[in-house]
Design a protein around this ligand. Structure first.
Ligand code: PLP
Length: 391
């Protein structure tokens, strides 16, 4: 909430948006020495060298200008090829692919393209911190559907059906999930797909963590029967290729959606940075091995932190994807915020309180395991010490 002298003159929607709950703990961490941060959702790897090198060459050759609004044609072709290889889904690079400034921009564009004032967007929670504010900024109303650790944070078609009203326009999905790491059983996604078709609901599917799936195969929502044309699929380079700072992602969908999103993008962003686009071409063409190497590392660390949780007595369900664990801290008798605050003050470990991702995240903390094995081992030793001091 903004409360200063000019607050009354602000757009009320913007004024009333609460700042992310994560900020306060990051600020505390940045003022202290010796903090191990498991807070940020960012790979600890540097972007693979071949990707960095390709953009250095691009700069040397003088690639410093705008690109087409929808992105470099070669990049759109590579994205189309990568999607066909991964999910046997084809998108026309000329009309059905839009290169964006990260998935962040793609999400904003997708929502602004489809949401009209008063429309409702169903958002299963816990969810990425941007979803609710972005729906509100697009003029819509987010409708939360809570999920539970006891159910593996899986959302069911029945829960979604119960949240549908005559104003429901879209469903916003994110699997593998941030913050829980949950993946969805294919059969449940199929039931959700049938529901969306029968109730004429659009789907925005944020699959930024798709490549980071450790248990079974990732199900691409757009690949389910009848879903390709009613789904806007969001994908990016930040997580899979360790490219958070480059700011490049993309949206795939039918030409009506992508055309509308391109309209907003051309008047607000023009295009994604050319060096990042050149780097993204290299990533898709030649860095898939690097991606697999990083994914294997994350999987190793996932097992390590799950074992550490067991050893220190924090129940934690088995996350099948992304790079987060979401342990249940209720046995300590502390709230998520109390636990997080004590952990940083007493043991110098930064994590994120689960309630930052929705009310149903209360009683949990999010720990990113995109950190070195050494830091993870030390961090869980410290978390264990705090747990021992609680009831
Ligand atoms: N979607 C989810 C679920 C995320 O976790 C993140 C970043 O943490 C983003 C989107 C933003 O990604 P990008 O860096 O591509 O903007």
């Amino acid at each position: 909430m903004t409360t200063g002298k000019w607050a009354e003159r602000l757009n009320p929607t913007v004024r009333d948006i609460k700042p992310s709950g994560i900020r306060r703990f990051f600020d505390m961490a940045s003022e202290m020495k010796g903090v191990i941060s498991l807070g940020v959702g960012e790979p600890d790897f540097v972007t693979p060298w071949r990707i960095r090198e390709s953009s250095i060459y691009a700069l040397e050759k003088g690639y410093t200008m705008y690109t087409a609004n929808s992105g470099l044609p070669e990049l759109r072709q590579e994205i189309s090829r990568f999607t066909a290889d991964s999910y046997s889904l084809t998108y026309d690079p000329n009309h059905e692919v839009l290169v964006t400034v990260g998935v962040s921009e793609a999400l904003d564009l997708a929502l602004r393209a489809v949401v009209a004032p008063g429309d409702e967007v169903i958002v299963p929670e816990p969810c990425y911190v941007s979803y609710q504010p972005c729906v509100a900024l697009a003029g819509g109303t987010p409708v939360s559907v809570p999920t539970r650790g006891e159910d593996g944070f899986v959302v069911t078609a029945a829960q979604i059906e119960a949240a549908i009203t005559p104003r429901t326009k879209a469903l916003l999905l994110c699997y593998p999930n941030n913050p829980t790491g949950a993946i969805m059983p294919r059969a449940e996604l199929e039931s959700i797909a049938e529901l969306c078709a029968s109730r004429d609901i659009l789907v925005i599917s944020d699959e930024i963590y798709a490549a980071l799936t450790y248990e079974g195969e990732h199900t691409c929502f757009a690949g389910l029967p009848g879903m390709r044309d009613r789904t806007i699929l969001l994908q990016g380079f930040s997580k899979a290729f360790a490219m958070t700072g480059w700011r490049v992602g993309y949206a795939l969908g039918n030409a009506d959606f992508i055309g509308a999103m391109t309209k907003i993008h051309q008047f607000t962003m023009l295009c994604a940075p050319i060096t990042a686009q050149m780097a993204a071409i290299e990533a898709l063409k030649n860095a898939r091995e690097d991606m697999h190497r990083m994914v294997n590392q994350y999987n190793y660390r996932r097992r390590l932190v799950l074992k550490a949780c067991r050893e220190i007595g924090l129940p934690c369900f088995n996350p099948g994807g992304a790079f987060y664990v979401f342990p249940d801290i209720r046995p300590t008798g502390l709230t998520s915020e109390e636990f997080t605050e004590r952990l940083i003050r007493e043991e110098k470990v930064a994590v994120v309180p689960g309630n930052s991702f929705g009310d149903c995240g209360e009683g949990y903390i999010r720990c990113s395991y995109a950190a070195s094995v050494e830091n993870l081992t030390e961090a869980f030793k410290r978390i264990g010490r705090l747990v021992q001091r609680t009831p």
